[in-house]
Design a protein. Structure first.
Length: 273
């Protein structure tokens, strides 16, 4: 055995990995169960919750699970290509699917009126408004990747378990906040128009694409050239595939908002009431 696995019993690593996977899988099953409970509660008070949103939640949780457990998570420690595959799954695909499941809307519908009002008030607080603004969200998402790969953070996270967890938490949360800020499937404290959000989307796509090209030419410290090149290519083309879905959904929303009879609603995101 080589690398950071050297000097450790194979059985110990296998048992630790199995426990890690089991705990995460249990967590993901709980999340799916909680969503189902919320759907049942919401259906008692409102129109039937769309099945497609439930499917998006299940697929989103599954995408996160695939990145954090099993062979992909194991290979990601040693191979930049698999790390990047995990990034696409955890930081892009899963957040997109979770955002499409409208979890905040579901939570507001499933809660009692008093609790829903408290949640709505919290969503309008200054910290939440700042974090959920499209500009802030894009900086946290795309800017965070530049920080990860060109400050030594990527190398450090391979040797510090807590840092490793924090980076992955940030990767998902930043991806979700960014996607939610652009698509606004849930109520938003901001009334940013589609034109403004389209500009943020274009700049973010450019920042992500440029980073992929820079990674190809200038690998992060400690990453072999071959792995950096394959990982950068995956980031570029795989990221484009997920971004195409995001662009399609965004343009579809914009088109629907501009149809006759809906112009009075403006092209702004739904505000938190």
């Amino acid at each position: 055995m080589t690398g950071h696995h050297a000097g450790h019993p194979a059985g110990g690593h296998h048992n630790a990995g199995s426990l890690h996977d089991a705990l995460f899988i249990l967590l993901f099953l709980v999340l799916i169960g909680l969503y189902a409970v919320a759907v049942k509660a919401a259906n008692r008070r409102f129109d039937r919750w769309p099945a497609m949103r439930t499917i998006c939640w299940i697929l989103g949780v599954t995408a996160a699970a695939a990145a954090l457990t099993g062979p992909l998570a194991a290979r990601a420690h040693d191979d930049f290509f698999y790390h990047m595959l995990g990034h696409l799954s955890l930081g892009m695909l899963s957040p997109l699917l979770i955002a499409c499941s409208a979890p905040v809307t579901l939570l507001l519908r499933s809660l009692t009126i008093s609790r829903a009002r408290r949640l709505s008030a919290w969503l309008k607080t200054r910290p939440v408004r700042l974090l959920s603004h499209p500009v802030t969200a894009s900086l946290l998402n795309v800017g965070g990747l530049w920080v990860l790969y060109y400050t030594g953070l990527y190398s450090a996270m391979q040797h510090h378990p807590v840092l490793h967890v924090l980076v992955h938490v940030h990767m998902f949360v930043a991806g979700y906040i960014y996607t939610a800020a652009l698509l606004c499937m849930d109520p938003s404290p901001h009334r940013t128009g589609y034109g403004f959000r389209a500009g943020i989307l274009v700049l973010s796509l450019a920042g992500h694409g440029i980073l992929a090209k820079v990674l190809y030419a200038y690998p992060p410290g400690g990453v072999p050239i071959a792995q950096a090149e394959s990982g950068a290519q995956l980031m570029y083309y795989g990221g484009d595939a997920v971004d195409l879905i995001l662009i399609f959904l965004f343009c579809l929303q914009w088109y629907k908002s501009a149809r006759p009879g809906k112009r009075h609603k403006t092209a702004s995101s739904p505000a938190v009431s």
